[in-house]
Design a binder for this molecule. Structure first.
Ligand code: OGA
Ligand code: MN
Length: 291
């Protein structure tokens, strides 16, 4: 097995693994270590069934459920409780999956729950001729490279994560909290495996910094969102059919570039449920400033 970094920002490709085969404990340990070191792992040229994808995912924890408050399991599609098809494919004019069209702004999956998804695993099955790239922003680097005075202002603060299902671009200032979930999480989130602090806010889902005036909160969040999308923190994944990408929602945010509405794009998605609570991380002051 070979681990090859994908960018200076985040992510590594894992070579020499065929997910149709049974992986040894040693291989799984190496994959998990790479996942912790690089936050995103990419395995290319995989030709796997849903069952094989599930078997791989289950090495990292329980599968996340797609059941949602107010939505009965039998209202989910035929793929069942754990599988989401991320696709624009339509039958009788209706999208057969989720997150169908175009650009999406940065977010961490299900950040609006008390226990957000630990990881998300997307497997590419059909792709358009251009676009639909997934961008990943390194939350550790984003946190560490904030100006020191900003770190001080955010010390101990929480941000409210809110989401209306299906939204891919935030077009209104406030989501409907009567009907959709929300949860306040620490802005500096401690990763339970690495111990490092990551910036846990995103343009799509973070509405306000708790306990700040609206004016100050809006101003700071706008700065954080700009900061987070800087290219030095971002790896852009150009998908190929057979790519399997697993990302860590605890220390990265992701976004998607636009793609043609009239060309098919289909990826099969599983999430890994988190079981450890979200905890506050130390402010990642630089050593020079701390001295
Ligand atoms: C997701 C997601 C991005 C993409 O599945 O959570 O954000 O590239 N997908 O489709
Ligand atoms: Mn997502």
């Amino acid at each position: 097995m070979e681990i090859v970094p994908l960018s200076d920002a985040v992510g590594a490709e894992i070579r020499g693994v065929d997910l149709r085969e049974t992986l040894t404990t040693e291989m799984l340990d190496q994959i998990e270590a790479a996942f912790h070191d690089y936050a995103i792992v990419v395995l290319r040229d995989q030709d796997i069934t849903l069952e094989q994808q599930k078997t791989f995912a289950l090495h990292f924890g329980e599968l996340g459920s797609r059941a949602r408050p107010g939505k009965k399991p039998n209202e989910l599609d035929e793929y069942g409780e754990h599988v989401m098809l991320v696709t624009n494919v339509r039958e009788n004019g209706k999208a057969i999956g989720s997150l169908p069209d175009g650009e999406m702004t940065f977010h961490a999956d299900t950040a609006y729950f008390e226990f957000p998804s630990k990881a998300t695993m997307l497997y590419a099955m059909e792709l358009p001729s251009w676009g639909g790239n997934t961008l990943f922003s390194n939350g550790y680097a984003a946190a560490e490279h904030l100006p020191e005075d900003m770190k001080r202002r955010l010390d101990g603060k929480k941000a409210m994560q809110v989401y209306e299902y299906g939204t891919t671009l935030k077009t209104k200032e406030k989501y409907d909290r009567e009907n959709f979930p929300y949860y306040a999480h620490p802005i500096f989130r401690k990763h339970p495996a690495t111990g490092r602090s990551a910036l846990f806010v995103s343009e799509l889902m973070t509405e306000e910094i708790v306990g700040m005036s609206k004016e100050e909160s809006d101003e700071i969040l706008a700065q954080l969102f700009e900061h987070q999308k800087q290219s030095e923190f971002v790896y852009e994944h150009e998908w190929k059919v057979g790519d399997l990408v697993m990302w860590d929602n605890r220390c990265t945010n992701h976004a998607r570039t636009d793609f043609p509405r009239d060309e098919r794009r289909m990826l099969r998605r599983l999430t890994i449920q988190d079981t450890t609570p979200v905890v506050e991380g130390a402010v990642p002051y630089t050593q020079a400033a701390a001295e």
